[in-house]
Design a protein around this ligand. Structure first.
Ligand code: FPP
Length: 246
């Protein structure tokens, strides 16, 4: 398996240019070892570090990770609290590592339900990594795709009612500008770990043409070599975008 960096840029690279990952299997990883679920999430955070570094080394320009969904609030309160604690710890303590990887951090999701100190940590982390240029790392926290689409629709409806937008002029480009991912290119590869084969309300609009790769590895065991395998699978696929291909 090659470890040579992929040349950056859509023109020169076969891609993927944006890899999105549903990080699944932390709980099963812990259960298999007789450990509490939080131990799986902690090892999951280690995998986040490995994969960001690996993606940078492989020349992937954009990486998006699903860390906490709008549905995850329904988990037991102590697990939610553990996850929030891990995210807080990550945002406060990973900035140097992100800097070493040239990673610019952006958090995608509805911040209104997050604790004020986490919202501040997010702003600080985004601010302090904003000049990094090797890889854009988006972490989705309190993110749900349907909610995002509803919010975007509401915003356009408000603008139309205020006479700021002409309904007939609403097209895909205008709509995309209302999404939380405004300015982020669509993922061309979506990976889900742990053997589950679902999209689970993640980037539904944005993944319209993404190649889906499902891997059996549990997230805490995932690393650069698994990422490379998923990329190799992506490159074997013929992408036709609704056409007939070559
Ligand atoms: C899914 O596994 C994973 C999550 C809901 C949380 C993901 C969080 C991390 C990887 C750690 C923290 C993240 C960062 C960015 C520091 P699951 O709990 O649903 O596993 P299961 O399906 O095996 O129960």
């Amino acid at each position: 398996m090659s470890t040579a960096p992929l040349p950056a840029g859509p023109e020169s690279s076969p891609g993927p240019h944006h890899v999105a990952i549903i990080m699944d299997g932390n709980g099963r990883w812990a259960k298999a070892r007789g450990l509490p679920r939080v131990a799986g999430h902690r090892r999951g955070a280690d995998a986040v570090r490995r994969v960001i570094r690996g993606a940078g080394e492989l020349g992937i320009p954009v990486l998006t990770l699903f860390a906490f969904s709008t549905e995850n609030w329904t988990r037991p309160a102590d697990e939610v609290s553990d996850l929030m604690g891990l995210l807080r710890h990550y945002l406060r303590n990973e900035l140097e590592e992100l800097g070493r990887n040239g990673a610019r951090l952006r958090v995608i999701g509805d911040r209104t339900r997050l604790a004020p100190d986490i919202v501040k940590d997010i702003s600080d982390a985004e601010q302090r990594t904003r000049s990094n240029t090797r890889i854009d790392v988006n972490i989705c926290i309190n993110y749900g795709s349907r909610d995002e689409i509803v919010q975007a629709t509401r915003s356009l409806a408000r603008k139309a009612a205020a006479g700021e937008v002409v309904p007939e002029k609403i097209d895909e480009n205008l709509f995309e500008r209302e999404l939380l991912t405004a300015g982020v290119p669509d993922p061309d590869l979506l990976i889900r770990t742990s053997g589950e084969q679902r999209i689970s309300n993640f980037l539904l609009w944005q993944c319209a043409y993404a190649e889906l790769v499902f891997v059996d590895t549990l997230w805490p065991d995932f690393g650069k070599e698994h990422l490379e395998r998923a990329i190799a699978e992506f490159r074997r696929r013929e992408r036709r975008y609704g056409g007939v291909g070559s």
